[in-house]
Each structure stands twice: as C-alpha cells, then as structure tokens.
Write a protein that binds this ligand. Sequence first.
Ligand SMILES: C[S@@+](CC[C@H](N)C(=O)[O-])C[C@H]1O[C@@H](n2cnc3c(N)ncnc32)[C@H](O)[C@@H]1O
Length: 285
Amino acid sequence: MAPLQRWEERSLPPGPGSQGALRALEGHANDVAPRRPPETRPGVLNHMRTPKQLKVAVKTRVERGRVSPVARQVFDERLTYLSWRSLRHLEKAVRDASRIPGDFIECGVALGGSGIVIASLMPEGRTFHGYDVFGMIPPTTEKDDEKSRQRYEIISGGKSKGIRGDDYYGYMPDLLERVEESFGRHGLNGQVAFHKGLFEDTLKLDGPVSFAHLDCDWYESVKVCLERIYPVLGSGGLIISDDYHNYGGAREAVDEFLAKEPGLEIAHMSRGRPDRTTSIVLRKR
Ligand SMILES: C[S@@+](CC[C@H](N)C(=O)[O-])C[C@H]1O[C@@H](n2cnc3c(N)ncnc32)[C@H](O)[C@@H]1O
C-alpha cells in the first residue's frame, strides 16, 4: 500500500494552486484587512467581510486552480455534486489508471458532471460507460445508516433541492437526454455509452476495465458495483468509492469487500474531515 502522505503530495501540482499562492493571497489579505474597510478593498475578493470568509474564498480559489478547465466548467454549469478536492482526486486517479488497458466506468451519473471529467481525460480509443437509473434513486435498506435513510426520505418525499437551488435531477423526466446533451456540448459524443436502469440489471461486464467511479450513495448499490467490476478490473486499475466518508452503508460495503478480497488494496484514504474529500481510492494488485 502506498504511503498516504505521498499520494496527497503527488496530487498537488505546482502553479496557481500551490501553497505559495495560498500564502501570497493570505498575506495580501492580512496586509490590507486592517487598513481599509472590506467593501473598499481592491481586487475580486473585496466583497468578503470577515477574515474567516476571506480564508474560505482564498482556499476555494486555490482548489479551483488545481483542477482542469473541464472540471471548472462542469462545476460552474452545476452538473456535479463533487467538491473541488474530490474533483482533483478524481482527475488524478483517472490519469493514473490510463496506463491500464480497458474502459472507464461511472456508476451514479446523475447530471453527468463527474462523468464528463472522466471521459474528457481518458485516452483515445477507450469508452466511457455511464450507469444510472436516470430517475428516482432506489430506496435505502436496513444496511444503510440513519443519515442515508433521512436523505432518501427527503428525496422520495419530493422535497429535495438540487445544486445551488436548482431543481433536483432525480425529478427530471428527461434526465438522460439532458446528460447526453451535456456530454455532446463538451465534445464527448463518440466515446460514451449510457446504461439506464438499476445496476443490478444493467451492470454486466465482460471487457477489461481500467477505472471505475462509484458515486451511488447506498450499501446495496456500492456492493453490487464492487462485485461486478472487480473481476474485470485490470491489475493496477483503480476504483473510487466517492461516499466512503459520507454514508455509512457505502463505507460498510467497501469495508466488507476489502475484508473478503485480498486482491484489492487501499491506494488512498482521505481523512474524512469536512474539508477533505469523502472518497476512498482502491487499487487491484
Ligand atoms: C450522488 S448521485 C451521482 C452524482 C454525480 N456523479 C455527480 O457528478 O454529481 C448518485 C446517483 O446514483 C444513482 N444510483 C444509486 N443507486 C443506483 C442503482 N442501484 N442503480 C442505478 N442507479 C443508482 C442515483 O440514481 C443517482 O443518480
């Protein structure tokens, strides 16, 4: 298993997202804050009022600078629930897995944001396969935690809000058409295939897989994905389970699978703090 610290360090490229940039921006903030009221400070951060808000804005800008233009675009288009940090980890894993022959899979496409990021980074000649019900998410079971069950109640009760106040994607009758349109807008028509329905019915794989992004929230969903994908994952191939630190059922499904399958190892586990990504990265030996 690779040391966790090294994985994190390797995923911090130099450039606009470097620690130096953060320090420079923070230094600038510290310099100007006592001298002028916030509303008269020069620069694009001048609408921020407290040092805490300013720090959050600086961090956000740094994180934003560390991902690809495509990731920035899908975030701005409100096509993904992933945080900047999760997007960065996703991009790094897709690049790492690209040297392994096979296709790229996402289980849990929703509006297509993370799928567009994956498909835009995968090497030529590969195919992106997106699996989703493209409708109402299936129910939780007794294997899911209270937080997941409460979330499902809100969704199934018609009370969920979407990204930054949008309509919730699960209530859209034409979700798949919208997703196809979004992939097309990003120039990704030729290399993608969508599979509408429950994973239990649609996830039937025979070809080699290099990379899989599991962003499907509940225990049963994560479990079936691991069981179907692991046998066709190439040696060195990667699986990200996005909800590992977010939903108890997703975590349990991963932990159970790791306990029974020694051929799968943890490549990177974030520390699960609120400012960290919620995901875990698994690698086939
Ligand atoms: C959190 S969303 C995916 C978010 C997306 N990856 C993004 O970039 O924001 C989870 C998706 O998984 C789908 N899903 C969960 N369990 C499923 C199952 N068993 N079969 C098919 N789709 C499932 C839901 O319908 C939902 O669209």
